[in-house]
Design a protein around this ligand. Structure first.
Ligand SMILES: Cc1cc2nc3c(=O)[nH]c(=O)nc-3n(C[C@H](O)[C@H](O)[C@H](O)COP(=O)(O)OP(=O)(O)OC[C@H]3O[C@@H](n4cnc5c(N)ncnc54)[C@H](O)[C@@H]3O)c2cc1C
Length: 382
């Protein structure tokens, strides 16, 4: 990919990879057993300026382009999908407030979010509402002149770590979004327990029991929650997931390549066996294609291209799909070493399934992409 990046972007990426790998490559596997990110990792993300990197400079953020933001997630994904997800969900919530918040909300919330001193989580999913969020049951109602939030969310990434929650709810039959602070007496979080993947991402169930929400904490206009705010947050999330999947793919391909180049069987290096060459070729080619798709998506965002949303969806769809395939192949090639729980390949194998579920499942992404791909190709001919 380097030849498609500017010299500055190449340096920025090499610096990020060095910083993330030298700080955490040795310990990231241990976080899985803890079920959360340790405090020093959380502090490091803030100190390194990662949490606000993509936020507008006028709001205290780093003002990173989409390409630079993508390169950040790639570097994080190489080491830990949970770490990348922590930065991502914070970004999804913070970007939503940056784009649709009032000046009062910016003054109140953005300094903490842009510096990463306060972490945010994004609360959409409920037991009865996942892909189809029109059935959300969490409700913001008016009672005795106050706004009161009641309901329950599940699978909230970093719900155990967040200081502030961006919550999607219903208000008088319209979708709405509000901010809820960790210290709200009606807010209760519970760890979700052992998961297949993203094990260090501190997933939580989040309950709102008569949470009083000040009117100034409602983000955007009522009725805009599902149609505008959610797609905005999800687009940021899909872009991040595509790039973190790319970093994970790079990590497993590198590990598998080093292994097959060095390991011998039946008098030859593994890579000299035709079946292994076939696997390595598929991995390397899909990795190259994924890099091009991620980069094309980010450049489209930076250029304000009309097809930027579709390009993000395609990059997420393709990269997560080939990651799932090749993480499994990497485990196969590494064989007994591949199944070691703490190994990079085993973690990627488990995490890759999750990436095909979050920010739009494979099926939902296909549902979104198929009509526009058909329109495009019907016009131009396939
Ligand atoms: C590790 C992890 C972290 C998460 N983090 C967050 C978070 O931070 N915040 C948050 O709000 N949520 C989070 N989620 C929830 C995630 O966004 C949902 O799991 C996802 O949206 C799918 O919803 P669901 O699980 O309810 O599945 P469902 O929507 O019930 O789907 C079940 C199956 O049906 C398929 N399906 C559904 N509708 C259609 C259709 N129209 N056509 C074809 N197939 C369809 C789906 O693809 C899926 O295979 C997380 C989930 C996981 C696993």
């Amino acid at each position: 990919m380097n030849h498609l990046l500017t010299t500055d972007e190449q340096r920025h990426h090499a610096d990020l990879v060095h910083r993330v790998e030298s700080a955490w490559a040795g310990t990231a596997a241990d976080w899985e057993r803890l079920g959360t990110l340790p405090d020093d990792v959380v502090r490091w993300c803030a100190d390194e300026g990662l949490m606000g990197a993509a936020l507008p400079a006028e709001l205290g953020g780093g003002g990173a382009t989409a390409v630079r933001t993508g390169l950040l997630y790639e570097a994080l994904g190489r080491v830990s999908a949970s770490l990348a997800s922590y930065v991502n969900v914070h970004g999804m919530a913070a970007q939503t407030v940056a784009k649709w918040g009032t000046e009062e909300q910016w003054r109140e919330v953005m300094p903490g979010l842009a510096t990463g001193k306060r972490a945010a989580a994004i609360c959409m999913t409920e037991p009865g509402a996942g892909s189809d969020l029109s059935t959300i049951g969490t409700e913001l109602t008016e009672r005795d002149g106050k706004l009161v939030l009641n309901g329950g969310k599940v699978f909230i990434t970093c719900g155990e770590l967040a200081d502030v929650f961006l919550v999607f709810a219903q208000r008088a039959g319209h979708s709405t979004v509000c901010l809820v602070e960790r210290d709200n007496p009606g807010l209760v979080t519970r760890p979700m327990g052992e998961l297949l993947g993203l094990r260090a991402a501190a997933l939580a169930e989040v309950d709102f029991r008569d949470c009083v929400v000040p009117e100034r904490h409602v983000v955007g206009r009522d009725g805009f929650g599902l149609s505008i705010l959610m797609p905005h947050a999800l687009e940021h999330g899909r872009h991040a997931v595509a790039w973190m999947a790319l970093g994970m793919l790079q990590a497993v391909v590198s590990e598998a390549a080093a292994f097959v180049a060095g390991r011998r069987s039946f008098g030859r290096h593994l890579v000299e066996h035709g079946q292994v060459q076939s696997l390595v070729t598929r991995m390397g080619t899909d990795l190259e294609a994924a890099k091009l798709m991620c980069l094309a998506a980010s450049r489209a965002v930076d250029d304000g291209a009309r097809d930027a949303s579709d390009r993000i969806l395609m990059a997420k769809y393709f990269t997560c799909r080939v990651l799932e395939e090749h993480a499994a192949q990497a485990v196969q090639l590494l064989a007994s070493r591949g199944v070691l729980e703490a190994g990079r390949a085993a973690r990627a194998y488990r995490d890759s399934k999750v990436l095909n579920i979050i920010e739009g499942t494979t099926q939902i992404v296909e549902r979104m992409l198929a009509p526009s791909l058909l329109r495009t190709h019907a016009k131009k001919g396939l």
